[in-house]
Design a protein around this ligand. Structure first.
Ligand code: 9Z3
Length: 377
């Protein structure tokens, strides 16, 4: 269906907002270095005719001050991204892992952020006292170590960190441009939990916001923390009013539109949609697909995200992917349930990413075949 005049104007305005974002919000200092690393990595794998997946993972922060003491964060630990990266590598992809600094990483995720300290996996050898892996973990760790070593040897995993939503957006745009020569062999798997609201550079205060009234600043000259706002000028996004901290955030421009239409028009693009209200998920996922016209939206609910996801695509319609009921583990209380009542307390016996990634890779193979004018074997 052709867009109505208003829809068209709306989308032009959105594109302009996003372009404007990059003129008014500063480029991160190490961007060029990260893009150079990515260019070398992509060229290497393009020459080897390998598919390259850009996986985003973990949460973006929203700093409230330029010299950041306080920031807004979200829950994401990067489990989806780090786990998926391992399955993409297993499926023969090279992976650029654009992740929140110190969030979970492929392979090391098995031993970090866990209830065990990494030292709990170690013991002293009874033979010579050397530090070795405890026998209980030998088999599992040996498998993880082999896959990790292989990725290192074949140079198939590039780790690029971000912290703020600004760093994330600059990196995503820069990397997307580098991915263009891959054509349909490039894939974007946008699992990061990206802030919907942020503090634009021009409304960010320089210094730590003072909670004590004695130290409130009244100016809006970039150094002040006060409300200011004379002559129609907007107050700093985070400021004190009497004893209250006021936070007034702007929406993050819709970058997915530009990614699909401008930055990576030939790549396969997969976005995730996160909801907590089950009655909204399917509609919101469908809405995102219609709005951005990309290839696939994977819907998930916060509490059940390790157990079930909803695939929404033009070709495949709507399809739930679920960890098979027989493979669901016991709850911590010991009760086995087929439902998902108390899933927060349990871990599934199968990683759902082991089901998601082969589906995605299959869809990607079809897209590549189509772009080359052949049928998938
Ligand atoms: C997701 O929905 C991811 O699956 C999770 C993974 C963040 C839930 P964890 O890191 O969690 O394994 O703990 N990511 C996308 C979230 C997001 O920001 N989506 C935007 C939206 O929902 C669209 S790009 O509007």
């Amino acid at each position: 269906m052709a867009p109505s005049h208003t829809q068209f104007n709306g989308s032009v305005q959105k594109d302009a907002e996003m372009q404007d974002y990059f003129t008014t919000n500063p480029q991160p200092p190490n961007l060029d270095r990260q893009i150079t690393l990515a260019r070398t990595f992509i060229n290497h794998h393009a020459t080897a005719h390998r598919r390259v997946a850009l996986i985003t993972s973990g949460g973006t922060t929203v700093p409230l001050e330029n010299q950041t003491v306080r920031f807004i964060d979200n829950f994401s630990a990067g489990t989806r991204g780090a786990t998926s990266a391992e399955y993409f590598l297993e499926a023969g992809y090279a992976v650029i892992f654009l992740h929140r600094q110190f969030s979970l990483l492929p392979y090391s995720r098995h031993y970090s952020h866990s209830t065990n300290c990494f030292l709990d996996f170690m013991t002293h050898s009874p033979v010579d006292g050397a530090v070795v892996v405890d026998s209980e973990y030998q088999t599992q760790m040996s498998g993880v170590l082999s896959r990790y070593r292989q990725a290192k040897k074949e140079n198939t995993l590039l780790l690029l960190p971000f912290v703020t939503v600004n760093e994330y957006l600059w990196l995503l745009r820069g990397l997307a441009m580098q991915m263009q020569p891959l054509g349909a062999k490039g894939l974007f798997y946008l699992a990061a939990a990206v802030s919907d609201f942020f503090v634009p550079a021009e409304r960010m205060v320089e210094h730590k916001i003072q909670s004590s009234e004695d130290f409130h600043q009244k100016s809006t000259n970039g150094n002040g923390n006060g409300a200011g706002g004379g002559d129609g000028e907007r107050a700093p996004a985070a400021h004190m009013e009497n004893t209250r901290l006021i936070i007034d955030l702007d929406p993050v421009p819709k970058f997915l539109k530009l990614l699909v239409d401008g930055w990576a028009p030939q790549s396969m693009i997969i976005s995730f949609k996160l909801e907590t209200d089950p009655s909204l998920l399917a509609n919101k996922a469908r809405g995102a697909l219609e709005k951005y016209s990309h290839h696939l939206v994977i819907g998930n609910k916060l509490n059940t995200r390790k157990w079930e996801v909803l695939f929404v695509s033009v070709e495949g319609g709507e399809k739930w992917i679920r960890v098979p009921a027989g493979r669901r583990t016991k709850s911590m209380s010991g009760a086995v349930g087929d439902g998902l009542e108390d899933v927060e307390l349990r871990e599934p016996a199968v990683e759902i990413e082991s089901l998601i990634v082969p589906e995605v890779a299959g869809m990607h193979a079809e897209l590549i075949a189509k772009s080359e004018g052949r049928k998938v074997q």
